[in-house]
Write a protein that binds this ligand. Sequence first.
Ligand SMILES: O=C(O)CCC(=O)C(=O)O
Ligand SMILES: [Fe+2]
Length: 267
Amino acid sequence: MSSYKKFTLGEQLTGEQQLFFNEHGFIHFKNFIKPETVDSIIKASQQVQQQWLNAGTTKVNGVPIKYGKDLDGSDIVQRFAFINQHHDLFSGLADDPRFGILLEMVGQGARLGTREKDGMVFNHYVNSSQSAFTKMGWHTDGLRDIFHGSRLNPMLNVGIHLNSLKAEHGGLRVLPGTHRQSLYQMLFRKRYFLDNEADKHEVAIIPEAGDLTIHDGRLWHRVAQSTVIGEESRRRVIYIPIIAGKFEPKHADSPTVFYQKFAGLVK
Ligand SMILES: O=C(O)CCC(=O)C(=O)O
Ligand SMILES: [Fe+2]
């Protein structure tokens, strides 16, 4: 599987879409949001960034905020957590009724993780020597639950992509089918966050701005570094988890959990 089929999200998931997701552990929907919405979202993220720079915010609900430098040397936020709690545009985005269709993929008790885990995350990658965020090593998102000592609850990660990219700009790479693996493979297939080499079975997710993707919390994936440097390498993407199981909201005094310290390994 080197390229893959892209879908359009309708009133409900089709049988074909469900089969694709069950088999491969990811799915890609074109044009979830309009170009104008993408522009407003980027502007809103810059407003939150300015607030956090002014306030010197280091953590939100215990989750570390990742800072770095833009191409012009200015300070930027490269990974926001719980951004939905800091701007109406992002809380409004989480209220989009179409997420209801996606919740059915998890079933009973499914909800958007707007108050749990890292909330709505906003990643901003740019490739330059000064950037603090250019790639992310192989991992599954569900490992967090194992660190939490809880059973692996169903978890999907919904991505809203804000740039139109080609393969040379890096971006999300997934190992299809690895969501149907043993716990052993989930733990040890690769070295979490340290391994970042291309895998011969990986698939490059090639989005256009406004597309939505979903990947299973057990699926191995990484973010490849752009092969080009500068403006062309800029990549913004929002993630929001769909979760089930016990409701575990975070709050201002929530502790920083062990896996979040891994974030420091990522450049
Ligand atoms: O930026 C991406 O596309 C993926 C980020 C990711 O895998 C994560 O934050 O867990
Ligand atoms: Fe991830």
